[in-house]
Design a protein around this ligand. Sequence first.
Ligand code: KG4
Ligand code: ZN
Length: 333
Amino acid sequence: MNILGIETSCDETAAAVVENGCRVRSSVVASQVDVHHEYGGVVPELAARKHIENICAVVDQAVAGAGIGMGNMDGIAVTRGPGLVGALLVGFSFAKALSYGTGIPWVGVDHLQGHLNSVFLAARPPSFPFVALLVSGGHTAVYHVISHTDARCLGHTRDDAAGEAFDKVAKMLALGYPGGAAISRMAGQGDPEKINFPRAWIDKNGFAFSFSGLKTAVKRHIDTHADYRSHMADIAAGFEAAVVDVLCHKLLHAAEETGCADIAIVGGVAANQRLREAVSKAAGVQGLKLHVPDISLCGDNAAMIAAAGYHHLVDAEGLRGRLDDDVYSRARI
Ligand code: KG4
Ligand code: ZN
């Protein structure tokens, strides 16, 4: 069964074709980074306009790349929320119209469910139930994942998302936007133990996270060290180590609490090499199996939406889309 996935929740126009919820036939991601870079963050109105310009070509490219033609598509899955409403509406309306015109069934997919399903695009997917750390620019949470369509949130950030903290610290260090990968590259040349930044709530507040104090600590360090430019790599390394410590600790703790042997990291920050290494090492010690998506499927993409959509259409018929369905901006899971 082939599903065409469409994702336009933020600043990536993406389309993909996935077979049986696990085999990626094609995946196209048109990034808008160049448009938003000069503003230091995503400008919602510009994002929506850019999606309108890109969507036809991106979908065409994904369908052509899959080598099967629109006539062989069994379903259309599209991100319904959370995200920027104007941006979401472009993909959502496009998918509805495409379904209406072709008669192919469609389904609206939660973006976070999409990220959680991204591990099923890997060669050895996890077994249910498993615990997943979802870390991106807009979200940071730990989930107890029961099935492809059912995940329970164990705890989430009370302020900034981990990726947002990376982006804000990158801005303070003038490393550009988005800053996660740039901070990580710079951290590679620094000493993570030189500056001891706070590990907020590492041993308290259950599975809730807080990164605003860490961000403020970095700002204070910069403001009180006129020579901070001489040790930017140590700042980046110390910051990254603090984020990784907290994320790793809470994920492992969730595995212990739930008794799950399989754990996963998904979302844009899952591309972070030090996070992958730290969790992999800790998982090895505790006999847990770590699952991570391919780097190309950590950030926003439509293959994960198609994978989740496949299960919505096959396992849960009641989740099929209706023409009067609307998008939503805030997280529902
Ligand atoms: O999942 P995603 O593409 O979009 C959202 O749904 O938010 O995640 C984007 C986030 C950005 O904040 C970006 O800085 C961060 O993921 N990111 C990283 C890395 N690559 C991307 N953060 C840390 N290390 C990385 N290597
Ligand atoms: Zn995302």
